[in-house]
Design a protein around this ligand. Structure first.
Ligand SMILES: Nc1nc2c(ncn2[C@@H]2O[C@H](COP(=O)(O)OP(=O)(O)OP(=O)(O)O)[C@@H](O)[C@H]2O)c(=O)[nH]1
Length: 981
């Protein structure tokens, strides 16, 4: 068998779209033959044809053999044991089972990096030629398999019908010695079809099955080669009749199959670099979990719940998930267990308090699992126990006061107060102490203390909605979420267009994507639906890209092959790696003559993305969004990767997901593009998203079609939220709208409190500074944009403009159109109004004209950025530079009444310009600089007098000019400054 070249290697170009006519990729042939790529691969492997993956390129000969195989004209073992038909004469001693044949070279070619390939091929031929292969000798000689491979393959073995006597499969003697007829019989019996049904052309199949069944047994034990191909021919031999669901259903089991090293391979064969697709089953146990973006929840990612105190866990279990939350309302906030506290011992009180705390919402929970009422809830008054025995650390809750310290430590309050005074801290009994003060007092008192942390709403939500808690049986397959990422203009949107067969790119402002877009596409490869996210490539959209990567299962890294790896490509790689998702590289713009795959792959390998043909595991597909070449292959690769990930989610739970984008729309109100990640989102659901809440009033798919419900991995546009949430916020469906409102309110209050804290207040010190700061010029801006992501991006751009003398100050920002209030604010504060992809309403337009407020509208991020930069640079006081123009010597002076003294000069160097200033130098001393009042040549006014000529110069404000003085002409030029200087 002739070696099979891998995509991009040797005689086949990597482009994939540029194969010569007689060559074909496996997936293409599979499509031609109407069979699944995977089945075809397995059938080919069973016949000893080395094929790495669906991208492997087949030459004409191999293609023919494969076609014959699929048609059943020839059996796999016949091919494996012989050269390919047609030329029997060319088959040296291969037909006899006892004779040795050289090991097919293809088996090695796929396993080695490019540089070594040729050399190793030759070795393989040499070694193989001298060896008898186990299949030919019938010997149970173990087939050499790299240990790593065996380990990887071991769990993927097809279960043997007979019970295995030992955990180590050891069918060698028994099975290998089984006469072929017997095995054939056994195998034939397993077939579902009756022998009468079997067409004559497929008669060789039992033999093929026999061969495949014998193979693993022959190499059983530590060197056993698990045969990935058992039972395949049923699908493929009859593949054209079979196929369909059944065939696909079987794929998962077979998927892990890897090319069985062909017989006769050298014992020292290097471990085969596994392709990404092949590797995945080995890590199936670590199947990717949907990662939430770090910024999706302010408090961080979903994490497994921390240890919950026994009674807390009990309480939660008793009520179960959401119901539990609903019952835990702050209404119960009150003394609860505190009432009789004075009557019981400390432990009893603490336990009661703890239990009571479980029934309050947003209780605190400490590392040790104990909890307390949240800040603001009323503390039961108790008598202070003095000098109580303290066992273990003193647990202090925020806010720490002398009173609470005293209660917790069982020490008199005045004793603590005294200690504090000795430390220089004056505090009343109810005054809050800092942690440091508390620590100092504790040290003085020889106490060990521990601070309790308040459980936040976010933590509570996380606990309630941890998706990992779903039972395995409740999980159902879900579509993969695929994100297109890459540098600006490398063709992400165009590729998406190709896939969607729409023309979104055509409608984009300035041709760049400015929003994250979510689409669901039905592909004719793989298992069907794929959810795509298209992220913007401009550097300002980092946050959006991070969101895209975090919400995704697979990243398609789009790189223009003529441009190579660029800054945003690197950033996208980092995002994808940080989010721990699979990467498929689309080497786009392959139609351009300047496309340089080799260079691109070199660059990518420096970032740890090694192409398969170099021994790595990154799928790299040559594509052209313009011609459509390679797009099918890209989809195939996505499907393969997605299938390997076995993505599942529980659709029967309240939905959670991620807000991809949000905006304000006239008529519809707040519109949020969300990605449902877990559960099913339904119309009417009470939803909380950041500090926005509401009931889902309407839902639409990416085509604008109304939906009643949306399951996992579905992107939808929903309405019903009361305010525009931040993109990247996690959303939750709560049972109770009141609860959603409460949490939203709490979040808003917290945000307001934070902004108050961050607001600068004037102090004497800052007041003094502000006198200096007056020099700082501000460009005041009212910023309105269509979506939050745009606001973020623009602000990020503005934040780059840092300079001591000028700065941008955003007085107000918001989502939606420009209104009257924006103009009024701009008028009052001398600001300009920037509208990004939004317009001013009629009244605002009229008002802006009336008040003379500048309203600037933009559609493209870099234009806003450039204009603001220019404006700021324009505000910088320019530098000045003196330019020397010429020199003249005073030869004579004339005093004219009512005019003054005129100097008769000769220009000795350069020119004297009428608008120049003249520096008067007498005997090496500068007397001063004066503008020219008049410049005459003979009797006429002159604009300029050149070197060597004579002229009369009358200086403005200086009459004491003398013979022999040097008049130096110069002018001051202004040099514009930039922000970067
Ligand atoms: N020749 C050629 N041009 C392409 C190809 N793909 C995209 N382009 C062109 O490249 C330009 C940018 O394409 P986009 O799809 O908008 O690029 P993008 O990566 O989505 O850009 P951003 O949205 O700004 O991040 C457009 O002019 C496309 O027509 C391709 O395969 N071949």
């Amino acid at each position: 068998m002739k070696p099979v070249s891998q995509g991009g290697d040797g005689d086949v170009t990597i482009e994939g779209c540029c194969l010569s006519k007689d060559k074909v990729r496996v997936y293409q042939l599979a499509r031609e033959l109407d069979v699944e790529s995977k089945d075809l691969i397995e059938l080919m492997r069973s016949a000893g044809i080395d094929v790495k993956n669906h991208m492997t390129t087949l030459d004409a000969e191999t293609r023919q053999v494969t076609q014959d195989l699929v048609a059943g004209k020839v059996s796999p073992e016949r091919i494996r044991g012989s050269s390919p038909p047609p030329p029997p004469a060319a088959k040296p001693k291969a037909s006899s089972p006892g004779e040795s044949i050289p090991a097919p070279r293809a088996s090695r070619v796929t396993q080695i990096p490019r540089g070594k390939q040729k050399e190793d091929d030759e070795e393989a031929v040499d070694e193989g030629a001298g060896q008898e292969t186990p299949s030919q000798t019938g010997s149970p000689e173990p087939v050499p398999v790299p240990v790593e491979e065996m380990v990887a393959q071991e769990p993927e073995k097809v279960p043997e019908p007979e019970p295995e006597p030992t955990p180590q499969p050891e069918p060698v003697a028994a099975e290998a010695s089984t006469p072929p007829e017997e095995v054939a019989e056994t195998t034939t019996k397993k077939k579902t079809k009756s022998p009468e049904d079997t067409p004559p052309s497929q008669e060789s199949k039992p033999e093929a099955a026999e061969e495949r069944r014998v193979l693993p047994k022959r190499g059983s034990g530590s060197s056993a080669i698990p045969d990935p191909n058992v039972a395949k021919p049923k699908n493929l031999g009859g593949g054209q009749q079979g196929g369909g669901a059944g065939q696909r259903g079987g794929q998962r089991d077979r998927r892990p199959s890897r090319p069985t090293p062909l017989v006769g391979g050298p014992l020292t064969a290097p471990p085969k670099p596994e392709s990404q697709a092949e590797k995945k089953p080995a890590v199936a146990a670590q199947k990717p979990v949907m990662r939430l973006p770090a910024d999706a929840l302010r408090s961080g990612q979903f994490t497994p719940p921390p240890a919950v105190p026994a009674d807390a866990a009990q309480a939660k279990k008793g009520k179960g998930g959401k119901e539990g939350f609903d019952e835990e309302k702050p209404v119960k906030r009150g003394r609860g267990a505190g009432g009789g506290a004075a009557m019981t011992g400390r432990e009893e009180r603490q336990r009661r308090r703890q239990r009571s705390a479980q029934h309050r919402s947003f209780d605190v929970e400490d590392d040790d699992g104990s909890s307390r009422p949240s800040r603001g809830s009323r503390r039961p008054r108790r008598s202070i126990r003095h000098s109580a025995e303290q066992s273990g650390p003193v647990v202090l809750e925020q806010p720490i006061t002398i009173r609470s310290f005293s209660e917790a430590a069982g020490i008199r309050a005045n004793e603590i107060q005294r200690k504090l005074m000795s430390l220089g801290v004056m505090a009343t009994i109810n005054q809050a102490l800092t942690d440091e003060d508390a620590e100092m007092v504790a040290m003085e008192l020889g106490l060990e203390i521990q601070f309790k942390r308040e459980q936040t709403v976010e933590e509570w939500l996380e606990k309630e909605f941890v998706p990992g808690e779903d039972e395995a049986e409740s999980l159902a397959p879900r579509p993969p979420v695929v994100t297109f990422m890459g540098h600006v203009d490398h063709g992400k949107t165009s590729l998406m267009d190709r896939i969607r067969s729409t023309d979104v790119a055509g409608g984009e402002s300035g041709g760049i994507t400015q929003h994250i877009a979510a689409y669901q596409v039905k592909t004719h490869t793989g298992s069907g639906l794929v959810t795509f996210l298209d992220t913007p490539g401009h550097e300002a959209f980092t946050a959006m890209r991070a969101r895209g990567a975090d919400a995704t299962d697979i990243v398609v890294l789009v790189i223009a092959a003529d441009d190579g790896v660029m800054p945003q490509t690197e950033e996208a790689i980092s995002h994808a790696k940080a989010a721990n998702v699979g990467i498929v590289v689309a080497m786009n713009k392959m139609d351009l003559p300047s496309a340089n795959v080799e260079k691109l792959q070199q660059q990518l390998s420096q970032h740890g993305l090694i192409p398969e043909e170099w021994g790595g595991d990154t799928l790299m597909i040559g594509t052209s969004a313009t011609t459509g070449d390679g797009v099918e292959e890209l989809l195939d690769s996505i499907s393969i990767l997605a299938e390997l990930k076995e993505l599942k989610s529980n659709p029967n739970r309240p939905a959670t997901g991620l807000c991809i984008e949000a905006s304000l729309s006239e008529g519809l109100g707040v519109k949020g593009t969300v990605l449902v990640q877990h559960g099913t989102l339904r119309r009417g659901d009470a939803i909380l998203c950041g500090s926005a809440f509401g009931r889902v009033r309407a839902m639409f798919d990416d085509h604008g079609k109304p939906l009643d419900e949306a399951g996992p991995s579905t992107p939808v546009v929903l309405t019903g939220l009361d305010e525009v949430p931040d993109a990247g916020e996690k959303f939750f469906v709560l049972e109770d709208i009141t609860r959603a409102r409460e949490i939203a309110e709490e979040r808003r209050q917290r945000a307001q409190a934070e902004s108050r804290t961050n607001r600068e207040h004037v102090s004497l010190e800052t007041l003094l500074d502000s006198f200096d700061e007056r020099k700082v010029q501000e460009l005041r801006v009212i910023l309105k944009a269509d979506v939050r992501g745009s606001l973020e991006a623009i602000k990020k751009e503005f934040s780059k403009f840092t300079h001591d003398e000028v700065r941008v100050r955003i007085l107000h920002e918001g989502i939606g159109g420009i209104g009257e209030s924006d103009i009024l604010l701009a008028d009052a504060s001398d600001a300009i109004v920037i509208g990004f992809r939004v317009v001013a309403d009629d009244r605002a337009s009229a008002l802006s004209s009336e008040k003379g407020v500048e309203v600037r509208r933009y559609e493209i991020i870099y234009q806003v950025s450039q204009d603001i930069r220019d404006a700021l640079e324009g505000m910088l006081i320019p530098d000045t530079k003196e330019v020397q123009l010429g020199r003249a010597v005073v030869q004579q002076t004339f005093t004219i009444s009512r005019v003054g003294t005129v100097a008769g000069c000769r220009v000795i160097e350069g020119n004297i310009d009428r608008n120049a200033k003249m520096r008067i130098i007498r005997e090496g001393t500068i007397l001063g600089s004066y503008p020219i009042d008049s410049l005459r040549r003979v009797k006429d006014d002159a604009k300029e007098v050149r070197e060597g000529l004579e002229c009369g110069i009358k200086l403005a404000g200086f009459n004491d000019v003398k013979r022999g003085d040097i008049l130096e002409a110069f002018k001051i030029e202004e040099v514009k400054r930039t922000l970067d200087q």
